[in-house]
Write a protein that binds this ligand. Structure first.
Ligand SMILES: NC(=O)c1ccc[n+]([C@@H]2O[C@H](COP(=O)([O-])OP(=O)(O)OC[C@H]3O[C@@H](n4cnc5c(N)ncnc54)[C@H](OP(=O)(O)O)[C@@H]3O)[C@@H](O)[C@H]2O)c1
Length: 149
């Protein structure tokens, strides 16, 4: 479960969270970005989370999860700058899916406040269709709103 207080931080939990949310997607970026076509619009998106927004952090808690997603957003932004040099039409984005019914959200009343994964996927695909190439590296919500870092 996510930490509520500093006193609950444990190295093993932090490492496991970063492995899944940050290091894994970083290596996906490293291996897949070079495979993007050099001409024509192309997309590479990762699932981030609004709680990874530093500017939007109002409640605190969830230390490892928040930090791992903030780090993921930085990796996407940094990769977008590099990839734009060789792939001028590529769009890399970090997406917040909203609250979705899943194993992850279940312990936090996800079933009551969330929506089905297929709906969230549809929303995110619509957002991806609309992200202009100048906005590569951005952090977007499923609604299409740009989120603060
Ligand atoms: N659900 C929400 O409300 C919500 C909100 C904001 C952001 N997100 C983000 O959306 C993404 C998908 O979340 P979800 O709700 O669909 O969660 P989920 O149902 O728990 O699915 C998580 C997925 O990650 C895989 N996974 C977990 N630990 C892993 C590990 N150590 N190595 C490799 N794969 C691992 C799982 O694989 P297995 O199926 O093989 O276990 C599963 O496919 C996550 O990045 C999450 O942070 C979700």
């Amino acid at each position: 479960m996510p930490e509520k207080r500093l006193g609950q931080l444990h190295y093993a939990q932090m490492e496991a969270t970063f492995r899944t949310n940050t290091f894994g997607p970083a290596l996906v970026l490293a291996h897949f970005a070079p495979l993007l076509p050099k001409q024509g619009r192309c997309l590479l998106a990762v699932l981030s989370a609004k709680v990874g927004s530093i500017g939007d952090n109002r409640l605190g808690g969830w230390y490892s999860y928040r930090a791992s997603k903030a780090a993921l957003n930085m990796l996407v932004k940094t990769a977008a700058i590099e990839v734009a040099r060789t792939h001028p039409q590529a769009v890399l984005v970090a997406l917040h899916p909203g609250t979705v019914n899943s194993a992850l959200s279940a312990p936090f009343n996800g079933a009551e406040i969330g929506r089905p994964a297929a709906e969230a996927a549809g929303d995110m695909l619509r957002v991806l269709d609309g992200v202009p190439v100048e906005e590569t590296g951005g952090f977007y919500a499923y609604s299409g709103d740009k989120l603060p870092w």
